[in-house]
Design a protein around this ligand. Structure first.
Ligand SMILES: [Zn+2]
Length: 328
């Protein structure tokens, strides 16, 4: 017991030591940033400019420290609160999503892979144009319903995303970044979400299940609606993981992510066979049970038919295809 305690204490103190210097350094910089008293407009303006630069620099430091040493932003934030810097911390926190996301983009733009650079450019354009919303980098997880360990998420309705570095080990940051932003750049997903908003699937299927006889047009329409719902669900996940896998292989010096490589069965390179592996991994995790409206044999047949078709020809990548590069 004593041995264990000592070990635990050692482990804890090494964590504290690892981040203490940066916390102290940042705290000092924050404390030195006092607005001038009785200042004229010019000095106030200068102060605000200087403060902006300092705060952005500090947010970058927190990102770099996360990537290099897996230190959690929340540990810094807690440390600044302890040092009575709560007001400054609030401002610093608002800058973290930008520091984390644009910091990643800057790094990816240095890649020797044209595919990775293209992806980084597109993410940057989408963020700048506002077509992707930052939800946050650290949306507080709902610890009551078992999602506490959720690393990131994409909100389909808002086209917004978050990645939570307080939960996500930093060696997986890039992989999750690729996955979530692939969703955000996925036009097929976006179209399907808009379609669902205009004519929701379930009430439509309920109406069709009640209709005694379908003509060809009905069947076509049901098929189109179900396909579109897959574009929000299973097919969207498939595309986002394929993009993530392609970029994962293309990015140099990325730490290996054990669970992901296990899913990919340690494929030495990204090739069409890797796509099939991803498909076979995901497919049994997205099963439609013949219940409710799907208990209607006509509807269930269409679902089965679409799924069986993908066993032969994988779901389309849509415009995300440009981020796929096979290695030979
Ligand atoms: Zn996803």
């Amino acid at each position: 017991m004593k041995l264990f305690l000592t070990f635990l204490l050692l482990a804890l103190s090494s964590v504290a030591v690892a981040q203490a210097p940066l916390c102290k350094e940042i705290a000092t910089e924050l404390r030195e940033l006092r607005p001038p008293l009785f200042a004229g407009r010019q000095r106030l303006f200068e102060y605000q400019q200087r403060a902006g630069i300092v705060y952005h620099g500090l947010a970058d430091k927190i990102f770099n420290s996360y990537l290099a040493r897996n230190t959690k932003p929340k540990d810094y934030i807690a440390c600044f609160h302890l040092k009575n810097l709560s007001a400054q911390v609030e401002r610093l926190e608002t800058l973290l999503p930008g520091a984390f996301f644009y910091g990643t983009i800057r790094r990816l733009k240095l890649s020797s892979s044209a595919t990775v650079r293209l992806f980084a450019d597109d993410v940057e354009k989408a963020l700048n144009s506002g077509s992707i919303t930052f939800l946050d980098i650290s949306v507080p997880s709902d610890s009551n319903n078992g999602t506490a360990l959720k690393f990131g998420g994409f909100h389909r309705g808002q086209n917004g995303l978050y990645i939570n570095p307080n939960q996500l080990p930093s060696d997986q940051w890039n992989l999750i970044f690729f996955h979530e932003f692939a969703h955000a750049l996925d036009d097929s997903l976006r179209n399907a979400v808009e379609k669902e908003a205009k004519s929701p699937l379930m009430p439509y299927l309920e109406r069709m299940a009640k209709k005694a006889v379908w003509d060809n047009a009905d069947e076509e329409q049901v098929r189109a609606q179900i396909l579109s719902s897959f574009d929000r669900g299973f097919a969207a996940e498939f595309r986002a993981w394929i993009v993530a896998a392609s970029l994962y292989y293309q990015t140099e010096k990325l730490p290996s992510v054990e669970w992901f490589e296990q899913i990919l069965q340690f494929s030495p390179r990204f090739e069409p066979a890797t796509e099939k592996i991803v498909y076979l991994f995901l497919s049994p995790r997205f099963v439609t049970e013949p219940k409710g409206v799907f208990g209607d044999p006509r509807i269930f047949d269409i679902v089965t038919n679409i799924r069986e078709g993908w066993d032969e020809v994988l779901p389309h990548m849509g415009p995300l295809k440009k981020y796929i590069t096979y290695q030979n």
